[in-house]
Design a protein around this ligand. Structure first.
Ligand code: AGP
Length: 608
């Protein structure tokens, strides 16, 4: 989730770009840069690290007089977070400069053709491909060239492009990633986020998907990808800065819950090949080594441990490999039996959790192969693994994991299917079926989010409830565990996640009137048993809430049913957890809690 700001107008552009980038710092980033168009020359200044570091570079080397420019904060998805990969990026002739937010899925093929045509690349990013593609269209007006690029590039992207020879125009384009115009008086702005230009103007022009926009100081031209002029949808921004940073949501956590469809789509992007094959080229482990693996261990903490539970189901079901899962802080003390044929998967959205790092280091010392699953490029886990599978949830500001969890679940499904593919454990037809279902997830999660108010209304009766159970079997069990953790960590309420079948072995003694029991019953193999467990809870006075698929006959045990779209068992866990995130969120906010910064918690736990 990178940050973009562009300006054309009478002001010294650097006085707009740097404060604009500072307004985007909250999004998280690992490098920043600016490009300035002044008097027929282009200056590009960029720096890994903080915006303050870039400011120093600008103060030293920035030209005094420039009135057109673009700035960028990068959250790395392709290529290390270093200065070379920082945006903006240029073409060979240093005539075109581009910044980008999103993922160009076919960038490897596009780059190969450009290299074949003699282009030299400076970076490992997908973004740089755009600059060289436009270089090849030097005879076209910039907007035409950008339209052609948008017709060639697959995936979610927002671009802003500048050309040395056209000093008073910026061209933006978007598909999936955000981009908005700020209309000023004799000046105009482009940004990924309203806060970047809010101090200059509240007048914005919406840029819909598959649109290209040209801004000059006194002109805004919007077209579709064929160049047909489109009407301008102009709005006034009512938000203050804080609301604008949260995209109009009350909290970062709620914004991130609603970002999940986009985050899941980004995590799938470029990793599925038609008609239905998983492609994980970034997984730099020889297939022969993966074929020799005879056991898998998955280690993680907290919410990531619940993703590890799901990994067990996915890898055992698809790849038919035995999987052991461990809470990372327990793993190395149980003296696990590891060797060179063991594959150890460490899951950590931050990639900095010391318990997980210690477990992974122990595994490597035993000669095992390690795959890191992280949301942060070049995090410690990424650096200390033999290979990395990144989730692409973008920065997660809220302490409670939400979009990083659902993207971890998707990553685990991809990994399970990939291992099955490499090891020939599943026929291509079966893989194709699962892949097609994976691609439906963003829309399915969107559908669940559309009913968020139903969850809010439902939970209003339980704001003061102090005893909750979350129950599930099979793939629903990790979902129940995650639902309980969410409620604990943001509402400070006692909530137990339990295997539904295990309640009768003791914990059922706690069930009495006033206890709310949430049953997750999407896994068809065990649904009947889960429902009978819920009958046992009801018989003892529990209030029963059920999460079940649309159309499933769940009898009359539930006092309330939350429906999610139907799908294959293991994938329903992705949609089933969303109502539980919302449930915890609405209970916590009704209880007046600070859901973005819960007491006693840190976003990254770097102590053992
Ligand atoms: C989840 O909401 C919590 N913030 C916490 O349990 C977290 O999942 C755990 O600390 C692991 O973090 P990691 O994924 O960054 O390793």
């Amino acid at each position: 989730m990178c940050g973009i700001v562009g300006y054309v107008g009478p002001k010294p552009v650097i006085d707009v770009l740097m404060p604009g980038l500072a307004r985007l710092e909250y999004r998280g980033y690992d490098s920043a840069g600016v490009a300035l168009n002044h008097g027929g020359s282009l200056t590009v200044l960029k720096q890994a690290g903080r915006i303050a570091d870039l400011q120093g570079l600008v103060d030293r080397e920035g030209p005094a007089e420039a009135h057109t420019g673009i700035g960028h904060t990068r959250w790395a998805t392709h290529g290390a977070p270093n200065t070379g990969n920082a945006h903006p990026h240029m073409d060979c002739r240093r005539d075109v400069v581009v910044v980008h937010n999103g993922i160009i899925e076919n960038w490897v093929d596009l780059k190969a053709k450009l290299v074949e045509n003699g282009h030299d690349f400076d970076s490992d990013t997908d973004t740089e491909v755009v600059a060289h593609l436009i270089e090849e269209m030097a005879d076209l007006p910039l907007a035409d060239a950008v339209r052609k690029v948008m017709n060639q590039a697959d995936g979610a992207l927002a671009l802003v492009v500048m050309r040395k020879s056209e000093p008073d125009v910026l061209v933006g384009a978007r598909r999936g990633s955000p981009l908005v115009v700020g209309r000023g008086k004799g000046e105009n702005f482009l940004a990924s986020d309203i806060p970047a230009f809010l101090e200059h103007t509240r007048h914005m022009v919406i840029v819909e998907d598959d649109r290209v926009v040209e801004i000059r100081p006194d002109e805004i031209v919007l077209t579709d990808l064929e160049g047909n002029s489109m009407p301008l949808d102009e709005r006034m921004v009512e938000w203050d800065f804080e609301a604008a940073e949260k995209g109009g949501f009350d909290t970062f956590m709620l914004k991130e819950i609603f970002e999940q469809p986009h985050a899941i789509a980004d995590t799938l992007a470029g990793r599925i090949e038609s008609p239905g094959r998983v492609v994980l080229d970034e997984l730099t482990i020889d297939s022969e080594i993966l074929r020799e693996v005879d056991k898998v261990f998955v280690v993680a903490c907290g919410t990531s441990y619940h993703a590890a539970m799901m990994a067990k189901y996915a890898i055992e079901r698809w790849a038919r490999l035995p999987v052991e899962i461990d809470i990372a802080s327990e793993f190395r003390y149980r003296d696990p039996v590891l060797d060179h044929r063991s594959l150890v998967i460490g899951i950590s959205q931050s990639g900095e959790t010391i318990d997980t790092l210690a477990a992974v280091r122990y595994a490597r010392a035993q000669g095992s192969v390690v795959i890191g699953v992280s949301n942060v490029v070049e995090s410690a886990l990424a650096r200390e693994s033999d290979a990395v599978l990144y989730t692409r949830a973008g920065p997660e500001i809220g302490v409670a994991a939400t979009k990083t969890f659902t993207t971890q679940l998707v990553a685990m499904q991809l990994l399970g299917l990939y291992l099955a593919q490499v090891r020939g454990a599943l026929d291509p037809g079966a893989i194709e079926l699962q892949v097609k279902e994976l691609l439906r997830l963003p829309d399915q999660v969107e559908a669940v989010l559309a009913r968020a108010d139903d969850v809010k209304e439902l939970t209003s009766a339980w704001v003061d409830t102090r005893d909750w159970f979350f129950l599930g079997r099979s793939g629903d069990f990790p979902v129940a565990m995650e639902g309980a953790l969410k409620l604990k960590e943001i509402a400070y309420v006692r909530a137990e996640g339990y295997a539904a079948g295990e309640m009768k072995h003791g914990p059922i003694a706690l069930i009495e009137p006033g206890v709310v029991v949430v049953g997750v019953a999407t896994d068809s193999h065990v649904q009947a048993k889960t429902l009978s467990n819920m009958e046992e809870m009801k018989a003892r006075g529990g209030t029963i809430v059920l999460v079940a698929e649309e159309g499933d006959d769940v009898g009359h045990v539930a006092d309330h049913v939350i429906r999610v779209p139907s799908g294959p068992d293991l994938l329903c866990t992705v949609t089933a957890v969303v109502p539980l995130q919302l449930l915890a969120y609405y209970v916590a906010t009704a209880r007046g809690m600070d859901v973005d910064k819960p007491r006693n918690l840190a976003k990254t736990v770097t102590v053992e």
